[in-house]
Design a protein around this ligand. Sequence first.
Ligand SMILES: [Ca+2]
Length: 174
Amino acid sequence: MIKYKQDDTHLKLSQTITILIILFIMCILFTSLLIVAPSGTASQSSIYKNCSASKAIDGDRNPHFINCTHTDLKSEPKWWRLILPAMYRITSISITNRIQVHERINNVKILIGNSPVNKGNNNPICAVIPSIPSGSTRTFNCGGMIGRFVNVYLNLGILTMCEFEVYGGRYIKA
Ligand SMILES: [Ca+2]
């Protein structure tokens, strides 16, 4: 009888440990898939009409002009910046492109880091966008880059995006 109770206790302990391990793994997976933005403060090098920087983090992937960011036609280069509320380990970034003039997103760089120098445009590169089809969303893997500043940078041309989503988890220094 006593032996039975001991076995039962071991079984319950084993089940509890298994559940804790599963919860831990789920927590890691959930954290890596957690959407960070829309959140933070968005700004950009210039604004055309009322296509402000915040239109890329309003939670709406609508790819038509009025729902997208748009820099002006003059000053070079163009940038869009998101200051996150804290440092994050960023797994990936999704960008929704405009339905018209979709080629404007070509060669845009995605930068991630903690340096505010040059408005954050000197931070390391996560990806250089080759192209995104008209009105589509594409995801770029950033492999867990750490930063509070996420920039989009274009050397020449007009910078326009309809939605910008950041996935990752809060980074806490060990
Ligand atoms: Ca939007």
